[in-house]
Design a binder for this molecule. Structure first.
Ligand SMILES: Nc1ncnc2c1ncn2[C@@H]1O[C@H](COP(=O)(O)OP(=O)(O)O)[C@@H](O)[C@H]1O
Ligand SMILES: [Mg+2]
Length: 340
């Protein structure tokens, strides 16, 4: 049975597909390249990503899922259809597909996702909440009457949730995550060094040298950009310490949001979380010093999930074999005659 089950993490940055028993079978940027003159999708995923910023006027490379919501239904559907067809030959056995959708998407948006998955040949479609999938994929047994706290920090949003007995008890979603870090780093480098850099260079700085000051780490790297003074290309050494300000501007908002969720948590569950600690998932959980920051701020043990990037997709695939044990945040969304 499990071989026909696939899980899709529909992220704003990337789409990751997992198959129970096989692991990750697809990991592609959530980008679509469109020929606007002929109204045609040219490419999806990494092929489309390579075109970002390099396209002629009539071709645009877009991210159809922006800030955790579906900004373009038609393109999102086409992207999902192509990805599912890549991992599954639906002329053979039709798969059961679970999709993890961003917390902020509306009913109409999730209908579009379901429609896309059905048109790609799925026999049954399920929707699962991101924190539940993230917890499952991190190896947490969420079916027990015990509280767990998961903070998923992706590209567009950070989702914070307290989970117990297979359901969400408290949750919050904020639009502060990896993309905002990139933008803040870009702005800071411009102000501090009079240097204009691109978002990709800002992201590189974030991944290589940026760190929260709570971790004793110091690195440096060279970035290239355009000088605001001379208007000519310029190189600049950027050190970890140079980026404390933009990093903390974003990270403190996350700490505050997590604090507010903990404040609203019933005391028994809060006690569990103090005993068990907090798990960080998502690509941005890899920001250096983030567990140290959260531990200091919340006075709790914090660890990064063993596979922070893939755990949502893994958990999404896994949920299909444990449907009965999941109370909320998981539903059969297969369209039926006369009812949804
Ligand atoms: N080593 C790293 N350090 C900090 N941020 C990282 C690192 N690797 C990836 N990221 C960031 O993770 C984000 C993507 O996370 P992901 O969980 O894939 O997002 P989404 O669920 O929104 O698709 C991006 O902003 C990316 O820059
Ligand atoms: Mg995600």
């Amino acid at each position: 049975m499990a071989q026909n089950d696939i899980g899709i993490d529909l992220g704003t940055t990337s789409v990751i597909v997992a198959v129970e028993g096989k692991g990750i079978v697809l990991n592609e940027p959530s980008v679509v390249a469109v020929d606007t003159k002929h109204d045609k999708v040219l490419a999806v995923g990494s092929e489309a990503f390579a075109m970002v910023g390099r396209t002629p006027a009539h071709i645009s490379a877009v991210r159809p899922l922006k800030d955790g919501v579906i900004s373009n239904h038609v393109l999102t559907k086409e992207m999902i259809r192509r990805f599912v067809n890549r991992v599954y030959d639906s002329r053979m056995i039709k798969p059961r597909v679970a999709v993890c959708v961003p917390a902020a998407i509306t009913g109409i948006e999730s209908d579009a996702v379901v429609e896309a998955v059905v048109s790609a040949g799925a026999r049954q479609v399920f929707l699962i909440d991101e924190p539940i999938a993230a917890a499952l994929g991190s190896g947490i047994d969420i079916t027990q009457p015990q509280g767990h706290m998961v903070i998923d920090i992706g590209g567009g949003t950070t989702d914070i949730a307290i989970i117990s007995l297979g359901g969400k008890v408290q949750a919050s979603s904020v639009a502060v995550a990896g993309n905002m870090l990139d933008e803040e780093i870009l702005k800071h480098v411009r102000a501090k060094f009079n240097l204009v850099i691109g978002l990709r260079s800002a992201e590189e700085l974030k991944k290589t040298v940026a760190c929260c000051p709570q971790l004793a780490y110091s690195g440096q790297t060279e970035v290239k950009g355009r000088s605001l003074t001379t208007n000519l290309p310029q190189r600049q050494i950027v050190r970890t310490e140079d980026l404390y300000e933009p990093v903390m501007k974003c990270v403190e908002q996350l700490g505050e949001a997590a604090h507010q969720v903990l404040e609203k948590t019933p005391p028994e569950l809060a006690g569990d979380i103090y005993a068990q600690g907090i798990v960080l998932t998502g690509g941005s959980a890899q920001l250096k010093g983030l567990p140290e920051y959260f531990s200091e701020k919340l006075k709790v043990n914090v660890r990064v999930s063993p596979d922070p990037v893939n755990c949502v997709a893994m958990g999404t695939a896994r949920c299909l074999s444990m449907g009965d044990q999941l109370e909320t945040g998981f539903c059969d969304a297969t369209p039926r005659m006369g009812r949804r």
